[in-house]
Ligand binder design. Structure first.
Ligand code: SAM
Length: 331
């Protein structure tokens, strides 16, 4: 049963404003202004539908002829999108990773879009539902797949992966100092009996990692790492960023909400490179000003949640929203 789990959308006003409001230049404007009442036309993409918090609000600012393509890997998110589609024919659903957006939109005859939203990571229903295996606080099977219809579970991976690979994943995707010790403990444990549940893994990590960061469960980083790896979260993001410049129409906007530094770094570097492509060219090349590559994106900066939003929705604590607009320059 999914209905008891709800998701509180983060940075709702600022994100939708960033996508639909026109005639603003400074960050202060899109963060604080109410979303304009004039309806906006065009094609928009919500790459991470979740429970549709952003999508619903965005739709209320789109014209009757606009289209909203929504993606999610999670079958339960797709069910929710289907419920929305029954009430609103502007919604088009794709049950797949958002990195497939360029090809998927092409199949619908769409080459350019006016706005792309990504609210990365997992939703509250995914964490709160113990049977999904994302939470180290609740007993459940070690699954951790966003898309439960394909791919291998965390249990299968922990049983079969090379121990060096497990160490590298925990180190790189969890930025965990004790990755080696944790991987070793997993190796020892699986010689006697397989790790089957979330609490078994959480307890194993707690027993191995003595040092704790203030207020953080010792297994936080390990769970984050396995989840990022199994769901190919960083690869999905990198592939999508690579296609965003092609997909966005001139003046089209991208709004991306990240929840940890690995994601945010990718988004930040991508925007910085597109804002100033000339920086990548050697100073020693004899290029005239007119031959230098021009900006492909204009950045509207980043924001984080206000103190009030964090109090009302603790999940917004680590959210960083970055916004940029496509220029007219061809790639
Ligand atoms: C933070 S939630 C989005 C919440 C949504 N904005 C709302 O207000 O309800 C992230 C959602 O994106 C999905 N997701 C994460 N990475 C994805 C990817 N690469 N492709 C498709 N869906 C993804 C997850 O399954 C989850 O449902």
């Amino acid at each position: 049963m999914d209905t008891i789990f709800t998701h509180k959308t983060v940075l709702l006003n600022a994100t939708v404003n960033a996508l639909v409001a026109r005639d603003f230049n400074a960050k202060e404007e899109w963060v604080h202004l109410p979303v304009p009442s004039a309806k906006v036309d065009g094609v928009f993409v919500d790459g991470t539908f979740g429970r549709g918090g952003h999508s619903r609000y965005l739709l209320s600012h789109l014209s009757e002829s606009a289209k909203l393509f929504v993606f999610d890997k999670d079958p339960l998110a797709i069910q929710e999108a289907q419920r929305l589609q029954q009430q609103d024919q502007r919604v088009h659903i794709i049950h797949d990773g958002f990195s497939t957006m360029q090809e998927a939109l092409k199949e619908h005859g769409i080459e350019k879009v006016q706005g792309i939203l990504l609210d990365l990571g997992i939703s509250s229903p995914q964490i709160d539902d113990a049977s999904r295996g994302f939470s180290f606080m609740k007993e459940g099977p070690l699954d951790m797949r966003m898309d439960t219809t394909r791919g291998i579970t965390a249990q299968e991976w922990l049983e079969t992966a090379d121990i060096n690979e497990i160490k590298e994943v925990i180190k790189n995707y969890g930025e965990e100092r004790f990755a080696f010790q944790i991987a070793k403990a997993i190796e020892n444990r699986r010689k006697s009996s397989p790790l089957r549940t979330t609490l078994e893994l959480a307890e194993l990590v707690s027993a191995t990692v003595r040092t704790r960061e203030k207020g953080q469960h010792p297994a936080t980083r390990t769970f984050q790492a396995i989840r990022i790896y199994l769901n190919e979260e960083l690869e999905e993001l990198s592939r999508t960023l690579a296609s965003i410049l092609n997909l966005l129409a001139p003046e089209g906007r991208m709004a991306i909400i990240s929840f940890h530094s690995l994601e945010d770094r990718l988004v930040k570097q991508f925007i910085a490179k597109a804002v100033n492509p000339a920086a990548a060219i050697s100073r020693h090349l004899p290029l005239r000003e007119s031959e230098m590559p021009q900006a492909l994106l204009k950045s509207f900066g980043k924001i984080v949640a206000t103190k009030q939003e964090v109090e009302e929705n603790p999940r917004s604590r680590s959210a960083v929203l970055r916004v940029a607009e496509r220029t007219e320059v061809e790639q």
